[in-house]
Design a protein around this ligand. Structure first.
Ligand SMILES: NC(=O)c1ccc[n+]([C@@H]2O[C@H](COP(=O)([O-])OP(=O)(O)OC[C@H]3O[C@@H](n4cnc5c(N)ncnc54)[C@H](OP(=O)(O)O)[C@@H]3O)[C@@H](O)[C@H]2O)c1
Length: 327
């Protein structure tokens, strides 16, 4: 049985979703997941697993630990997020070790908008593009899993089932109410509606984190992967999201319209080191305004390669977690 290693797979968001999905999709161990982590400590969510994957401790600055952990590994998937400036270098170290270990495939830590969009957001570009360049030079088979915005941001504040709804998503979005939501907050029933210069509203692709895991797990069996393994849970216009939210919750959202000029003004003021995260959220909005396939809008590439997996739509997700009792 081939081994798939998930670097950073201890994480409660994307790591957990991929591990859980592999264990569920291959109950007879047709694929054997292992985790590469900076520590051998089991994360709390392991308590929910019947079969616990092996955790191999690695030091991204010590190639020998990576080489030892990657012995016999078929596919290496990175979901790491290093905010200490080592994000790209640690992944290049992983890539080098994957090449030396004869891994068949390498997946860098993308899990975001498409590559054209990454180039428009400074923090993403700095973290991700050096890894793409190294992958390209390495000669290894490599693929980016681009999934759009995690749909799970829409679960922030839903109460009872919030842990399930948010699926480990961070709460760092820049909505002015401080809820950690992005573009729409169910905590204060407010929304920032992006409006293009021509007055229309852009589309955005969102995918639920659990669905990301299911698509990745199923894709393991595919003979050939595309360079861009785009996953499109649902692609909707932002005003449609607000309409669904109002219908499902029965509440009226306070909508603030935001255009390119205002966002460009905001971005000009966000230049200091401390403002980099805020700058990222504003640049993400500007990128969304481009309404471009390969940026905030993704083609359903993996959806078509794995037709047995049905992704949840925004409408179904919001109905599941926000519908008023009795509806
Ligand atoms: N599409 C979206 O809406 C969206 C939202 C958020 C994030 N993302 C993307 O998803 C990916 C993962 O993000 P996340 O928020 O899930 O990450 P995270 O939970 O913050 O971290 C993932 C893992 O990275 C490892 N890690 C942390 N610091 C590290 C360091 N300095 N060096 C090496 N490994 C380190 C940790 O594993 P160990 O402690 O076990 O080593 C951790 O469990 C990123 O590529 C990010 O861009 C996408």
């Amino acid at each position: 049985m081939p081994i798939v290693a998930i670097a950073g797979g201890t994480s409660i968001g994307i790591g957990r979703s991929i591990i859980q999905a592999i264990l569920q999709t291959y109950p007879n161990g047709e694929w054997n997941p292992i985790i590469l982590s900076r520590s051998q400590k089991q994360p709390a969510w392991f308590s929910t697993l019947e079969r616990k994957p092996e955790i191999k401790a690695v030091d991204y600055k010590d190639a020998s630990t990576l080489l030892s952990a990657l012995k016999g590994v078929h596919t290496l998937i990175s979901v790491i997020l290093a905010i200490d400036g080592t994000h790209a270098s640690s992944q290049v170290a992983l890539l080098d070790a994957a090449v030396q270990s004869d891994c068949k495939r390498f997946v860098p830590s993308e899990w975001a908008c498409g590559p054209k969009g990454v180039l428009k957001v400074d923090l993403l570009a700095a973290a991700k593009t050096p890894v793409w360049e190294a992958c390209e030079k390495s000669g290894i088979e490599w693929s980016r899993f681009n999934v759009g915005s995690f749909m799970n941001y829409l679960g922030i504040g839903c109460g009872e089932n919030e842990d399930e709804a948010c699926a480990g998503v961070d709460r760092e979005g820049d909505m002015p109410d401080g809820s950690g939501s992005f573009l729409i907050s169910f905590v204060s029933d407010t929304a920032e509606l992006l409006v293009k210069d021509d007055g229309t509203v852009p589309r955005v692709t969102m995918t639920e984190i659990g669905d990301v895991g299911r698509f990745v797990a199923t894709a393991l069996e595919l003979e050939r992967w595309e360079r861009d393994m785009d996953v499109a849970g649902d692609t909707v216009r932002l005003d449609e999201v607000v309409d669904i939210a109002e219908r499902v919750t029965g509440k009226k959202f306070d909508v603030r319209r935001l255009g390119r000029k205002e966002l460009e003004k905001q971005v000009e003021t966000l230049v200091s080191e401390q403002d980099m995260l805020k700058r990222m959220w504003v640049q993400l909005k500007l990128m969304m305004l481009d309404d471009e396939v390969g940026s905030a809008v993704l083609k359903p590439v993996v959806n078509e390669l794995c037709p047995g997996i049905q992704a949840i739509s925004v409408e179904k997700y919001l109905t599941k977690y926000w519908a008023k009792k009795g509806l």
